[in-house]
Design a protein around this ligand. Structure first.
Ligand code: URP
Ligand code: ZN
Ligand code: ZN
Length: 459
């Protein structure tokens, strides 16, 4: 199968030029002006942006969490991602405390291998570290293509590890060329604030926000950066929300230390006023939405190169699932639906509103995640020899976000009525048409596991 994309404006993290792209089977084989090959299919991309497929390194699909499961599975979640221009996702395997990493891997393979519509990889969440797990960490890197290890400094009793375990994990991961990622909030402080609020009868979603003040994230981010510095291990802070945490990383960079940072589209677009609404449970996520001044700090952090990646932390729960916490905010399953619109949001809110350049847009939505997590250049750019994961993007088309039209398995949208300029028009996944005329042409099992190597941004 061959495809010729004609007349598009190709944007990568560093380039912006007009050319044609010739694809044979899964790979881009020629890029040039006025290509005249005869292809099985020709796509006219005149007036359109031609982007590398989006890479979202922070999604939760079919994840057991807070007594239920996130409502998108590998099929519905990766399909929704494709509709919005994200061709690869990295999801989280959760080790059960007291059990092995290999057992968790098997469970996640069963959920994903025959169901994924788009490409995927896994981070391994280490929730219980000991000598046996240390051996498995090495096997994950060397045998399974899983090179990033997620840790939680919160969710005590379910996912959290202590600082001693963290440091031991960092030492072994550093030795074998991997990366430690973290949910950086101070779990003990948060748990005590939750208990205090509940004991005073404060049960509404607003108290989810008030139980996780900025300091809980700033403190844990600084502590994580210090532990990285002590062990020499490279690290990545997921879903950063606030100025205080960003300043902790800024300080760490003064030691010439590498700490990668991800924020998520919601923290750039929404603020904590959502928790005053009757339906505030829709935005109960951890860390919570913050203030306008934090949004400004995060956009600036992107341009300063302190934040490299914008993910989604997609972790949807239906409105019925959210009712688990109707009388107690601490029982509302944490997370919101977001996997579908990240690329369009970053174009509309970032590029169109003059906050970021087109190249930066590609960097934060695709290239940097591919580089940090060892998938580059197969994923994350448009060049001869790379996977033909390509988004044809209409930069002028306007549309309105709604649960009536989205493809995520969630009965509400956290962005209902949001006006967006810029739309994913067509998507190719490894040289196959994935999205055309708003329809998904791929089926469960067409998405492939991406074994990952070492990060190309770690020296
Ligand atoms: O609220 C969130 N973020 N839910 C998913 C789990 C996590 O902490 O990333
Ligand atoms: Zn988290
Ligand atoms: Zn998450």
């Amino acid at each position: 199968m061959s495809i010729l994309i004609k007349n598009g404006r190709i944007i990568t993290a560093v380039d912006d030029y007009q050319a044609d792209i010739f694809i044979e089977n899964e790979t881009i084989t020629v890029i040039g002006k006025n290509l005249s090959m005869v292809a099985d299919k020709e796509i006219d991309a005149a007036g359109k942006l031609v982007l590398p497929g989006g890479v979202d390194p922070h999604v939760h699909l079919d994840m057991p969490f807070m007594g239920t499961y996130s409502s998108d599975d590998y099929e519905t979640g990766t399909r929704a991602a494709l509709h919005g221009g994200t061709t690869s996702v990295i999801e989280f395997i959760l080790q059960t405390q007291g059990d092995t990493l290999h057992n968790a891997l098997k469970t996640w393979q069963d959920k994903s291998l025959h169901k994924a519509v788009g490409d995927f990889s896994y981070h391994m969440a280490v929730t219980d570290f000991n000598d046996d797990v240390a051996k498995e960490v090495v096997q994950m890197i060397e045998e399974e293509g899983i090179t990033s290890f997620k840790t939680f400094m919160a969710y005590k009793g379910a996912l959290m590890i202590d600082d001693g375990q963290m440091v031991q994990l960092m030492k072994i991961v550093k030795k074998h060329g991997g990366l430690v990622t973290v949910h950086a909030t101070n779990g003990d402080m948060i748990d005590s604030l939750i208990s205090k609020n509940l004991s005073e009868g404060n049960t509404k979603p607003l108290y989810h926000y008030l139980s996780q003040p900025e300091v809980t994230e700033a403190e844990a981010s600084a502590r994580f950066a210090d532990m990285l510095h002590y062990t020499g291990c490279p690290g990545y802070i997921v879903h950063m929300t606030c100025e205080g945490a960003l300043n902790a990383v800024r300080k760490a960079t003064h030691r010439n230390q590498k700490v990668f940072v991800e924020t998520c589209s919601q923290y750039l677009m929404l603020d904590a006023s959502k928790y005053d609404q009757e339906d505030g449970a829709k935005w109960v996520m951890s860390p919570p939405l913050r203030e306008k001044k934090d949004q400004e700090a995060l956009w600036a952090g992107i341009n300063q190169g302190l934040i490299q990646v914008v993910g989604t932390d997609h972790c949807p729960f239906t409105w019925e699932q959210k009712q688990m916490g109707k009388d107690d905010f601490s029982k509302i399953p944490n997370g919101h639906p977001a996997i579908e619109h990240r690329v369009e949001f970053m174009y509309s809110e970032g590029v169109r509103k003059g906050k970021i350049s087109l190249n930066k847009f590609v960097e934060i939505c695709s290239t940097n995640a591919a580089k940090i997590f060892g998938m580059y250049p197969k994923k994350g750019t448009i060049a001869v020899g790379t996977d033909a994961d390509i988004v044809i993007f209409d930069p002028h088309k306007t549309h309105t976000i709604s649960s009536k039209t989205h493809h995520m398995n969630c009965d509400y949208s956290a962005y209902e009525g949001w006006e967006v300029t810029g739309k994913t028009e067509a998507v190719l996944l490894r040289g196959k048409i994935a999205i055309e005329n708003e329809e998904c042409k791929l089926k469960p099992g067409d998405g492939k596991f991406i074994p990952r190597g070492k990060s190309s941004l770690i020296i």
